[in-house]
Design a protein around this ligand. Structure first.
Ligand code: GLU
Length: 423
């Protein structure tokens, strides 16, 4: 149920987020006067983004930037280009960023943006015009000390480069720190592209050890084979796990003996997606959820693990590479069935962690080696997942609730110590 007049009642991502907050509230009694702060975004901007298409016609797109919480620092979070983007979704994604940055103890709040568009339907020039116009529309609320966008589903380093350039043109000087996930020669960080997938692997490895699930020989199924899913699959394959099933926007492939990831990479270099890979069998998209697996990595969009799927999954461990892939009632079933879930706000936090390193490097104009970035990333991720594991054992709750307890405590303490202006 939504608590805000401008969000329609629905079973959307924002409602999933609100239910997660309700679940953690009993653990935060000492901060209960402040909990409503989490149930509404601080600021939500909706913009019209008109562009001239290559054929001379004008099209209007709907754009958003939501700053959910800024209590602990500037807003931080990606920009999504996808046909299903709407206010409900962007609000939820921005709130999950608030929880994520706090769970990792990064000095940021949470924000998210997006445009309701299928980026594959635009030419490169149209995509650039769309990005530049959107940047100019949200330009007054972003900035290195205000809110720092980054890539998300449907955006990439090139898009970040255009955002940086457009924002800088408005300021009259180059402002690299306004956005992260930029190309490396424009002030981007080494290791940023692979960081989210790496974090999925690192947190998965830690938790697999704790639940005594050997990675060697483990059957892994991956949904989504973009930036996150492909790097995670690659690292699991390196650890001698078997990648048995992959689903992306082109279809689902299955290979019970484990796929040859190097051969798959060659296939992907030539084709749009995994469909047609000769080293595996094509299966239906629905069948993906029911193949025999030890580890499931949902690394696409929210709302993928439903009650029905949760009841039948054979995985012992779920690593949430995507944001919000599990409905809350499905989460309960996974808990009941003894399936361990490493929640999105920890599992996929590798991206925003290296975004933080990128922002720090831009501020200092001093850049680190990829080795140094990876060392720092691994250290923060291992610390965070171990803290969450410990809290879950102490409070006898799921890893998700434990992550929310740690994160919300940090956010609400900051809110309390800052006080409510004007007092
Ligand atoms: N879009 C990514 C996420 O959901 C990265 C955000 C960032 O780097 O700021 O965490």
């Amino acid at each position: 149920m939504s608590n805000l007049s401008y969000v329609p009642e629905s079973n959307g991502a924002w409602q999933t987020y609100l239910a997660q907050v309700d679940r953690v509230a009993p653990y935060l009694e000492h901060l209960k006067d402040y909990i409503n702060t989490l149930k509404r975004p601080k600021r939500a901007l909706i913009v019209d983004v008109p562009i001239v298409m290559d054929d001379g016609t004008i099209r209007h797109f709907e754009g958003y930037r939501v700053q959910h919480n800024l209590s602990r620092g500037p807003g931080k979070g990606g920009i999504r280009y996808h046909p299903d983007v709407d206010l409900n979704e962007v609000m939820a994604l921005s709130a999950w960023m608030t929880i994520k940055t706090a769970a990792l103890n990064l000095p940021f709040g949470g924000a998210k943006g997006g445009i309701r568009v299928d980026p594959r339907s635009l030419s490169p020039r149209e995509l650039e015009r769309l990005t530049r116009r959107y940047t100019s529309e949200i330009g007054h609320i972003i900035g290195p000390q205000k809110d720092i966008p980054a890539p998300d589903v449907g955006t990439n380093p090139n898009v970040m480069g255009w955002i940086m350039d457009t924002y800088s043109s408005g300021q009259g000087h180059t402002v690299t720190g306004v956005v992260t996930g930029k190309p490396v020669h424009l002030g981007g960080s080494l290791g940023r592209i692979k960081a989210t997938g790496r974090g999925v692997f690192i947190t998965g490895q830690q938790v697999a050890q704790k639940i005594k699930l050997p990675l060697e020989g483990a059957k892994v199924a991956v949904q989504g084979f973009g930036n996150v899913g492909s790097e995670a699959a690659y690292l699991f394959a390196n650890a001698k796990s078997k990648i048995v099933a992959i689903q992306d926007h082109t279809g689902t492939i299955f290979q019970p003996e484990g796929m040859d990831i190097e051969a798959l990479k060659l296939h992907l270099a030539e084709h749009q997606g995994v469909a047609g890979f000769v080293g595996a069998e094509a299966i239906s998209n629905d069948h993906f959820w029911y193949v025999e697996m030890d580890i499931l990595i949902p690394a696409a969009l929210e709302g993928q693990i439903t009650v029905e799927r949760a009841k039948k999954l054979s995985a012992k461990l779920v690593l949430e590479g995507a944001n919000g892939p599990t409905y809350l009632d499905a989460d309960d079933i996974l808990i009941e069935r003894g399936i361990t879930v490493v929640p999105d706000v920890i599992c996929n936090a590798g991206g925003v962690t290296v975004s933080y390193f990128e922002w720090v490097q831009d501020m200092a104009s001093l850049f680190w080696s990829e080795e140094e970035i990876n060392q720092r990333l691994d250290k923060l991720m291992i610390q965070a997942v171990n803290d969450v594991w410990k809290a879950a054992n102490e409070k006898v709750c799921s890893l998700r609730t434990a992550a929310y307890i740690l994160a919300c405590e940090r956010i609400l303490r900051a809110r309390k110590e800052r006080g409510i202006y004007p007092g």
